[in-house]
Write a protein that binds this ligand. Structure first.
Ligand code: CA
Length: 289
């Protein structure tokens, strides 16, 4: 049983008026444009919600696991078995680098560190265990395989001082933490941070706030759970849809939580949700290659 604060904070977010996703995932906030990006993995699309609530989307041509802004312009998408560039003005997609995993696997969740290295992992399309890998796309375009033998490579994030990386393999039913060297990207040993879920309920995507709180989407559980840096549960975001996939901080003060969901049990399954929360998040970092 996870220890929780006596004054647990509960949020009940509102749906955002955008098309429902089959498997909404990978939200990230582009502060320059004040826009939210996310993906619908099986629909092979990247979505954007910009100023004035203007929604747009692009076909990627492969299952799109994660999207991040690119410092030099445009977007980078972890899709299929590669890192791709996407030009939102023309819709052009081009390969930056291949990340050839085992047959039957595809890119899943991903995120950049503060230095602009893009990390993304894979999973077997049929969710069979042990086939996923975790990759780093460096700013020079080279790809390094960091972990192999993964189940469903999912959420990640860094502590505010960049000295810890949080990592989720959903099939481990755990949020893990590793020491992180922000200068080199060198990772220490993976160790458990918080146990979460069982059976069909498992940790999925996550985001870290400016106080070091870790917000974890609980697939099958209909919630986002915030743990403080010591691993104590402090806040719960309740969603009407069971399959909660990921979350990201956005808005002018970075204190608006955006939450993606997927088709499945519950109401408004596949909708994008948002609510104001008690703490600002860390910014989304762009790919710097
Ligand atoms: Ca995910």
């Amino acid at each position: 049983m996870t220890e929780h604060a006596p004054d647990l904070i509960i949020y009940e977010p509102e749906p955002v008026d955008v098309p429902a996703a089959e498997l909404g995932e990978g939200p990230c906030w582009d502060a320059d444009a004040q826009a939210l990006f996310w993906v619908d993995i099986p629909a092979e699309r990247v979505h954007r919600l910009g100023a004035g609530s203007v929604h747009s989307s692009w076909a990627v041509g492969q299952p799109a696991g994660a999207v991040v802004p690119r410092a030099s312009g445009g977007l980078v998408v972890a899709a299929g078995s590669a890192f791709l560039s996407l030009d939102p003005l023309t819709g052009d997609v081009a390969e930056i680098a291949a990340a050839p995993g085992l047959p039957g696997t595809r890119m899943n969740d991903g995120k950049c560190d503060r230095a602009g290295r893009f990390y993304a992992g894979t999973m077997a399309a049929d969710e069979s265990p042990g086939k996923g890998s975790f990759y780093r796309l460096d700013t020079d375009g080279t790809v390094t395989e960091i972990f192999t033998g993964l189940g469903i490579s999912n959420g990640l994030g860094w502590s505010p001082d960049d000295k810890l990386m949080y990592y989720i393999d959903s099939l481990d039913y755990r949020v893990d933490v590793l020491d992180y060297d922000p200068a080199t990207g060198q990772l220490g040993e993976r160790r458990p941070f918080a146990a979460l879920g069982s059976g069909e309920v498992m940790p999925d995507g996550m985001a870290v706030d400016s106080r070091g709180g870790v917000w974890v989407a609980v697939w099958g559980g209909g919630v986002i759970q915030r743990y403080d840096a010591s691993g104590r549960l402090t806040s719960v975001v309740r969603l009407p849809a069971a399959n909660v996939t990921s979350c990201a901080f956005g808005g002018p003060g970075l204190d608006q939580l955006f939450i993606t969901t997927a088709a499945g049990p519950g109401r408004l399954a596949g909708a994008l949700f948002t609510c104001q929360v008690e703490v600002a998040g860390l910014p989304t970092f762009p790919y710097r290659g």
